[in-house]
Design a protein around this ligand. Sequence first.
Ligand code: MRU
Length: 356
Amino acid sequence: MKIEGKSYKTIWFENNSVKIIDQTKLPHQFVIKDLKTVKDSINAIKTMEVRGAPLIGATAAYGLVLSIIESNDLSFLKKSSEELIASRPTAINLKWAVDRMMKKLNGINAKDILKIALDEAKAIKEEDEGFCKNIGINGLKIIEEIANTKKDTVNILTHCNAGWLATIDWGTATSPIYHAHQKGIKVHVWVDETRPRNQGANLTSYELNEEGISNTVITDNAGGILMQRGQVDMCIVGTDRTLSNGDVCNKIGTYLKALSAKDNNVPFYVALPSSTIDWNIKDHRKIPIEERNSEELSHVEGIDENNEIKKIRIYPRKSKSLNLAFDVTPAKLVTGLITEKGICEASEKGLKGLFK
Ligand code: MRU
């Protein structure tokens, strides 16, 4: 998608280094950063210079490429893979990508390993782009149906950033929105600010603005009243891990939005590529839920009138904090899963019907 009219992907390989858009600087500064070592990749994932389930998977895949460039040694590669997987535990795409790379590289000789690693990382990247495009084509049908019955702007609520910045291109939750906009359907997006890191306000609103899509940032608590007032036609969110029974783990606050949607008969859709499905864990309480630094809660960052980025504390130093980054929305609250293969019920039967 575009930034200031120029097309970008979120990650690419050039001159033996990996280029990323540093998302900790957005929306105030657009900075392309070089990752030169596997440590750089781990750090970029940990500090959320790159974030979003599919993008951290691709970054981890390229992290292994950098590990081979640094030291073409199997024990270093294994250590790198373990450190990459541990860098953010909730999003399954990270482990999925690392496992896929390691399986591909198993038994390959030192002479060929770099080329094979590069090809596989590129395949993961390009596959995600294709998945997200198809999610958009499939999700577009739902928006079209609403637009046909309503004959007016379709109002869509989204949480966090499951946009193109969280993937390689298109996004998951935003892909149907971008496709609808390109087809000339009038859409407006309610963007949950998504405390504590404000991925909605900082990233989703930014990327929708750049594509010329009407959007309004709202507090995380405003969705309920908007639904009661009939101002939300549908919700679409992304996910970091969806269990085979259809339970959806996503950014903290998604569950409360799904409860409001249920109470107000607003359809609640989750958009995901198949790389986000966890076929192994059967009980959502077993999903590792990331607990992040309390500073994300106690401080806010923004730009002052001199265009300087400032970080300030917003509550007493003495106060305790708990910063859980994700929650789980039970399948019964999910209207449907929008995948690259089609739309299905949030259930084992639904997912297995699409992914044999
Ligand atoms: O903590 P983040 O910013 O990585 O969380 C991102 C989300 O929760 C997204 O909704 C999710 O990764 C889906 S990305 C297409």
